[in-house]
Design a protein around this ligand. Structure first.
Ligand code: TXA
Ligand code: MG
Length: 339
């Protein structure tokens, strides 16, 4: 990757009432083709003008991301979607049902979207974030904002200022950050491909699969399918090792009041929903009281434990696939290199 060179402005911004003068400054950077990291309800995004190919190229550079891995275009109203992709009744219904929120729809792209933004594909991914700072930034910039997670490619996605700053300081023009009142989801949006007759779940995430299936079943007598090998090629992001700390991650399970696969190691850390027995000697133990808390803290825990010079992390893989469970399992399995 290229050397540090850019002076990165850092601005705290109010979560409920984002200050217009700060938004104005950030929007100006986006309009002239620069990069701004900003909070969303899932993870921090690294934004650029989605319709400016040169600006989008800078995203790939700042992240060290392969340029065939397409970006999500963030919008703040349905009229914008219409300009970017081909909509049908099903797409509109799903968008009205789930937006704003942690769900991304892949649809056939219109020519207005540069190939750089969609990684050379004939489809594009759209999302309307449920976060006032993100929504206002899109409004002020007056353009869809292409934004992957604001981490170095392959690393855990950032869920706080420190993580964004660690990966992006000196590489981007501005970081907007806020106290999000602990309401963020912590893992990325659910990505579904609705560009063809059979809707596909490309990435489990913040919006529960069962909720999407319910709406699809009621209105179209359909359910999400898993992508086969061929359609996986349509979602290049699922091909790479992801979300991984530098230190190894191993998985254990909790079943019938017992841990399976739990190895004792006093140089390792433990994260999960259940406390290991006192005779297990972990250097650091982080227990979460719900799936939601686990998901919210997962990426930050990876980064924190790595910074504490542990040799590795044992992560409990939750059994529960409901709600955010499926996405949480996916991120843990990927971090462990098991997907
Ligand atoms: O929650 C999120 O989705 C966050 C926040 C910032 O919005 N963004 C995010 O972006 O996670 P990123 O770039 O880290 O992940 C986008 C995923 C990748 O797996 C990518 O391959 C997939 O969406 N994707 C984007 N465009 C696609 C397309 N046209 N077809 C298939 N998959 C696509
Ligand atoms: Mg990412």
């Amino acid at each position: 990757m290229s050397e540090l060179k850019i002076n990165t402005f850092k601005h705290k911004i109010n979560y409920l009432e984002p200050e217009p003068e700060i938004l104005e400054q950030a929007a100006k950077i986006i309009k002239r083709g620069g990069l701004v990291a900003f909070p969303t309800e899932t993870v921090y995004g690294l934004g650029a003008d989605a319709l400016n190919a040169q600006a989008v190229k800078k995203i790939y550079e700042a992240k060290g991301r392969p340029s065939n891995n397409p970006l999500i275009l963030h919008i703040n109203n349905l009229a914008q979607a219409e300009k970017l992709v081909y909509l049908d009744d099903r797409a509109e219904l799903l968008m009205r049902e789930f937006w704003p929120g942690p769900i991304t729809f892949v649809l056939k792209a219109k020519d207005i979207i540069p190939l750089e933004t969609r990684g050379g594909l004939d489809t594009a991914a759209l999302r309307m974030p449920d976060n006032k700072i993100a929504a206002k930034l899109i409004e002020f910039a007056d353009t869809p904002i292409a934004a992957p997670s604001a981490n170095t490619s392959g690393r855990p996605s950032p869920t706080d200022f420190e993580a964004v700053n660690h990966d992006m300081d000196g590489r981007i023009d501005m970081i907007l950050y806020s106290n999000n009142l602990n309401k963020n989801i912590g893992i990325e949006s659910t990505v579904i491909d609705i560009s063809e007759a059979q809707p596909l779940l490309l990435r489990a995430g913040g919006t529960a699969k069962e909720l999407i299936d319910k709406v699809l079943m009621k209105n179209f007598n359909l359910k999400l399918a898993q992508p086969d090998e061929q359609s996986k090629r349509r979602s290049p992001g699922t091909r790479y090792r992801h979300y991984a700390p530098i230190i190894p991650v191993k998985i254990c399970y909790f079943k019938d009041n017992n841990f399976i696969n739990l190895q004792d190691n006093n140089e390792w850390g433990f994260i999960g929903l259940h406390e290991p027995d006192k005779n297990f000697n972990f250097k650091k133990i982080l227990i979460f009281s719900s799936l939601e808390d686990y998901a919210r803290e997962l990426f930050k825990s990876f980064r924190d434990l790595e910074a504490e010079n542990l040799q590795g992390i044992i992560a409990e893989l939750p059994e529960d696939e409901s709600g955010v469970g499926l996405g949480l399992r996916d991120r843990i399995l990927r971090a462990a290199g098991a997907l």
